[in-house]
Design a protein around this ligand. Structure first.
Ligand code: ZN
Ligand code: ZN
Length: 288
């Protein structure tokens, strides 16, 4: 018999601690918190194996892309390991199904897809190319019509550990501070959260790679409406969060107000803490 070294439990990250506090304070959000904790664990496990990509960009290329509103990361730039991606896809689908956020039929179809080498790779390549607003995108050709409804949601989550490494590698470059388009400069996806900085800038946060960029402080990032009288904005009772709802396209965006806050934005926590705001926005007839 050999002595097994006793391994100290891994220290909980700030996100995990904050999420558990939400669960204690708001038992009605317990299931959403538990699902988020499991999804984060899948992301973390995959992401630790993803190397920081070295993306070669010819001089002047980024400026030309930005001028045209094209995102920077082409599919071939993503440090994608297909077996890790398949694992992330399967585990994400399992979690969503277990928490009743996905129908069984969708779950079974996505699992079958994750095992099919011939179908999955071209589907993901084509979906990314079509949705990344790159120079070679073909708008409109995302996931095939026959695909399960929740496939896109699962693809977004499964690709995140790889794409967020691209954001980490590229966003510190000075060229990216000039980007003012409403979609993500890294992967072209829409923002799904925002943060109001202590300097009162509004930074949008990508719903796919979680990259951040500065945008117009008020204009709707979904339809471009900049008419203040047609943007409805309201804050949560504690003043921590804000909703910007557009009266033109009826979509809304939530933001963390970091101006008087004790910590920076934490997307995984703040999207869950603001679930009651989603309900409030939807009650007023807006959609996410
Ligand atoms: Zn992105
Ligand atoms: Zn709008």
């Amino acid at each position: 018999m050999t002595d097994q070294p006793v391994r100290a439990p891994r220290a909980e990250s700030r996100d995990v601690i904050e999420l558990k506090q939400i669960k204690t304070a708001h038992p009605e959000l317990a299931s959403a918190v538990d699902m988020q904790l499991e999804l984060m664990e899948v992301q973390r496990r995959v992401q630790t194996r993803v190397p920081l990509p070295w993306i070669q960009l010819a001089p002047g290329w980024i400026e030309a892309q930005h001028h045209a509103g094209y995102s920077a990361v082409r599919f071939g730039d993503i440090p994608l390991d297909w077996s890790d991606f398949r694992l992330a896809l399967r585990q994400t689908a399992d979690i969503l199904h277990r928490f009743e956020a996905m129908e069984r039929a969708d779950h079974d179809q996505i699992l079958a897809l994750s095992r099919s080498g011939n179908a999955l790779e071209p589907l993901v390549t084509q979906w990314y190319t079509a949705t990344s607003r790159g120079a070679r995108g073909e708008p409109g050709a995302g996931v095939p019509d026959s695909a399960p409804q929740s496939l896109e949601h699962v693809l977004v989550l499964a690709l995140r550990p790889f794409l967020s490494r691209c954001a980490e590698a590229l966003l510190p470059r000075p060229e990216f501070s000039a980007w003012r388009h409403p979609h993500c400069p890294i992967c072209g996806w829409e923002p799904d959260f925002a943060v109001i900085t202590p300097a009162a800038d509004r930074r949008l946060i990508c719903g796919r790679c979680q990259g951040q960029w500065t945008a117009d402080p008020l204009a709707c990032p979904f339809c471009g409406n900049g008419d203040r009288s047609r943007i409805t904005s309201f804050a949560s009772r504690d003043g921590r969060y804000r909703v910007y709802a557009c009266d033109v396209c009826r979509k809304y965006l939530k933001a963390y107000d970091a101006r008087n806050a004790s910590r920076p934005v934490m997307v995984a926590v703040d999207t869950i803490a603001t679930l009651p705001l989603d309900a409030a926005a939807m009650q007023r007839g807006y959609s996410s």
